[in-house]
Design a binder for this molecule. Structure first.
Ligand code: C2E
Ligand code: SIN
Ligand code: SIN
Ligand code: SIN
Ligand code: FE
Ligand code: FE
Length: 381
């Protein structure tokens, strides 16, 4: 990340215009980096840097449209944190509504200027360029906004406008594809969560059970030392651990009392049913979910089901979800039992350390207890 460029605004005095060679180098450098980025925040930051550097702006912001809230927002802005403004307001709102770039020489002489941010930050906006990003279907997905040239007169020219239009057309494609990617990932998360809730609703457990198991699994994964990304994946996949219960008859699933031997044998099949349902997809996230559905009732000492795996034969995700699931089952009312007192639950975890549960994970569980109790209280039924 070219920090020396981001931090020199306004501190190094007036700057010289780039030569065409320098300009090309900036474009090549940034578009290559942007094309390789997967995270929206990083793309937005690189785009802001590229725009700023190309036209020697003091500040450059990438705005996106949030249609549901009727707002424009930016996650990264030079010198400013996270801003939201109503759709259609300010220069950026006008450029997006009109679908055309805008060059303003003196912001305060223009009624379209929204001076809220200046008032908040003590900054003085003078010259402004705003360029909309046009998506591949012709719709507008956001805009570049550059403020104040880093030259003595702080004034942009029509040449600057053309350059920013160029930057917008180069970077817009990458922006669109990263946004699409995030949209798909978010949709997957929502669907997976909804499926998890179906399984739980059948057994009259509340939607919060799914949420809590997800959060506990995440905390245990982080405490164990897994990366943010892996912990996130586990959080998304763990709510599906009991999806196989959709195939268990009500008479068994909702039985208020203790299950008979035969009923329990039937109930145990929810692990294999869940596995069979989920593994067909082959997608990474559903593969993880399939493994969890299959293994969340295995026990560290080999006495669990369906296969009687032991120790590290059980996938780490299965071992983590086992703790999250049992903690939540014990801490909640079920059709067949009342919630346990915390002291009794903790005693069970101590006793089952190295028997039912991975001993190392039980230690993580106890270290993370304050956070876990926080989650329990935040998503209580
Ligand atoms: P679940 O209610 O989500 O419980 C998950 C796991 O939490 C159980 O797996 C068990 O390891 C632990 N657990 C829950 N309640 C208790 C308890 O009172 N004492 C102890 N020591 N552990 C408890 P398990 O036993 O393999 O059960 C799997 C699923 O089978 C349960 O999921 C539940 O849906 C069903 N189930 C188990 N026992 C009964 C029962 O007596 N009556 C009914 N109606 N369903 C039962
Ligand atoms: C920006 O930083 O690009 C917008 C807000 C401001 O002018 O302070
Ligand atoms: C954010 O700006 O908070 C993220 C995107 C959105 O919710 O609009
Ligand atoms: C605008 O007028 O586009 C909004 C904020 C600004 O002054 O930069
Ligand atoms: Fe289960
Ligand atoms: Fe469960």
């Amino acid at each position: 990340m070219p920090n020396e460029r981001r931090d020199n605004a306004g501190t190094s005095g007036p700057r010289q215009e780039h030569t065409p060679e320098q300009l090309l180098r900036i474009i090549f450098e940034y578009t290559a980096k942007i094309a390789h980025e997967r995270s929206l925040d990083s793309v937005l930051l690189l785009m802001a840097d590229m725009g700023r550097e190309m036209i020697l702006a003091d500040r450059c912001t990438v705005w996106l449209i949030d249609q549901t809230r009727g707002e424009l927002f930016t996650k990264v802005a030079h010198g400013v944190e996270h801003i939201r403004i109503p759709l259609g307001s300010g220069f950026v709102g006008h450029a997006i509504t009109a679908g055309e770039p805008l060059l303003v020489e003196d912001a305060y002489a223009d009624p379209r200027h929204n001076a809220d941010n200046d008032r908040k930050t003590g900054y003085h906006t003078k010259s402004v360029i705003t360029v909309p990003f046009v998506g591949s279907d012709g719709s507008i997905i956001g805009a570049y906004q550059a403020i104040n040239k880093q030259t003595e007169d702080a004034q942009f020219t029509s040449a600057d406008l053309e350059r920013l239009v160029l930057a917008a057309s180069y970077a817009g494609k990458s922006l669109e594809s990263v946004m699409l990617h995030e949209e798909i990932a978010a949709t997957q998360r929502d669907i997976i969560f909804a499926i998890g809730e179906i399984g739980e609703n059948r057994s009259k457990e509340t939607g919060n059970h799914v949420k809590r198991v997800a959060e506990y699994s995440y905390i245990l994964a982080k405490g164990y030392g897994l990366s943010e990304e892996e912990a996130e994946q586990l959080k998304i996949a763990s709510p599906m651990h009991d999806i196989g219960k959709i195939a268990i008859p009500d008479a068994v699933l909702l039985k208020p009392g203790k299950l008979s031997e035969a009923e329990y044998e039937l109930m145990k099949e929810h692990t294999e049913i869940g596995y069979t349902l989920l593994r067909t997809s082959g997608r990474a996230l559903l593969n993880i979910a399939a493994t969890i559905a299959y293994q969340h009732h295995e026990k560290w000492d080999g006495t669990g089901y369906p296969r009687g795996l032991r120790g590290e034969e059980i996938h780490l995700y299965g071992r983590i979800t086992a703790i999250a699931d049992v903690f939540d089952a014990l801490a909640s009312d079920r059709v067949y039992k009342k919630a346990w007192e915390l002291g009794r639950i903790l005693a069970l975890f101590q006793e089952e350390r190295g028997r039912h549960f991975d001993p190392q994970l039980v230690d993580v569980f106890f270290q993370s207890l304050p956070t876990i109790l926080d989650i329990r209280d935040r998503y209580n039924d």
